[in-house]
Ligand binder design. Structure first.
Ligand code: PLP
Length: 308
């Protein structure tokens, strides 16, 4: 087990299996579709969050910080994962949350509190300073001993951790590697360990990613060349959804028994399904889709929306 500096190992990486999917749409092109079930490694800190956080936690401990401080919205998988990672590592944690303090806390925020995270709510305007060095300086004075992790675990150590996701599979057998994109940290991590005969596909779940790839300076050009982002599957923006997306998630569950989350993996699989229908993938392609977790976020939907 890696991460042996924790008091208790919070993850069971061996629970993340690869599942082969049988769908009629695959047969036309004799296409193989496998899903890496990172959603299974832990009910709270599931999916890619563990990978993106572990080197930050290690760095904080190595440098004698007592406290993790990070940023996110009221439904953020990253916030709750940080809270959990911090307590598991014997560190305090603070979440700087976007928006006014709500009357009723979301299930996500309740979980974060339960895992010992202190929450500070700031306005959406203030939140835009999340990368501003002066604001970060102010926060580290306000919360002494705190190690600051950028929103979504974005940054070099997050990228490094995400590049280890593919250690869980025999990656050489795949022609295409596909994942959802929030900050893009996971996509870059995966792309950095792909080979030049593979194509890496990212599906942004937010608007405004049209030029994103060109702006990334921390990945090599040849890695960029084999990476593509399809920017038309965000359903109106971050956490936006509609009946078409929710109906797709229910159908996907009926045919595969794999639950998806509406913020990330629902949009990812919707895109995969659409690309399959459009015959995007050459015959005999072998696809690995990363199920990056996030199921806790479905608790913000109405109960009748999903059948799982
Ligand atoms: C955070 C998250 C992502 C996005 O990861 P990035 O590295 O920020 O792009 C994707 N899927 C799920 C389920 C997540 O929780």
């Amino acid at each position: 087990m890696d991460f042996n500096f924790l008091h208790s190992e919070p993850m069971d990486l061996s629970a993340a299996g690869v599942e082969n999917i049988k769908l009629p749409a695959l047969n036309n092109g004799n296409i193989t579709l496998n899903v890496l079930r990172l959603d299974k490694i832990h009910p709270v800190i599931s999916g890619n969050k563990w990978f993106k956080l572990k080197y930050y936690v290690q760095d904080a401990i190595n440098n004698n910080y007592s406290h993790l401080l990070t940023f996110g919205g009221a439904y953020s998988n990253h916030i709750v994962a940080c809270a959990y990672a911090a307590t598991s590592a014997g560190l305090k944690s603070t979440g700087i949350i976007r928006g006014e303090k709500p009357k009723n806390f979301s299930a996500t925020l309740k979980d974060a509190l339960e895992h010992g995270m202190q929450l500070e709510f700031i306005t959406r305007e203030e939140y835009q300073n999340k990368h501003n060095p002066e604001f970060l300086q102010y926060l580290s004075q306000k919360y002494p001993g705190s190690y600051i992790i950028a929103e979504g675990g974005e940054g070099k150590l997050g990228f490094m951790g995400a590049s280890e996701i593919l250690n869980l599979v025999d990656k050489s057998q795949y022609s295409h590697l596909l994942c959802a994109v929030g900050t893009g940290t996971m996509l870059k991590g995966i792309a950095s360990v792909s080979t030049n005969t593979q194509q890496v596909i990212g599906i942004p779940v937010l608007k405004g990613f049209e030029k994103w790839m060109d702006q990334q300076s921390d990945i090599e050009d040849r890695v960029k060349q084999r990476t593509r982002v399809f920017t038309e599957y965000h359903f109106g923006g971050y956490a936006k959804n509609n009946t078409r997306l929710l109906a797709f998630m229910n159908e996907w569950y009926q045919s595969t028994h794999i639950p998806l989350d509406f913020v990330y993996t629902g949009k990812l699989l919707f895109a995969v399904d659409d690309l399959l229908k459009k015959n995007y993938f050459p015959r005999q392609s072998s696809l690995l889709v990363i199920h990056s977790g996030g199921l806790q976020g479905n608790r913000s939907l109405r109960e009748q929306d999903l059948i799982f």
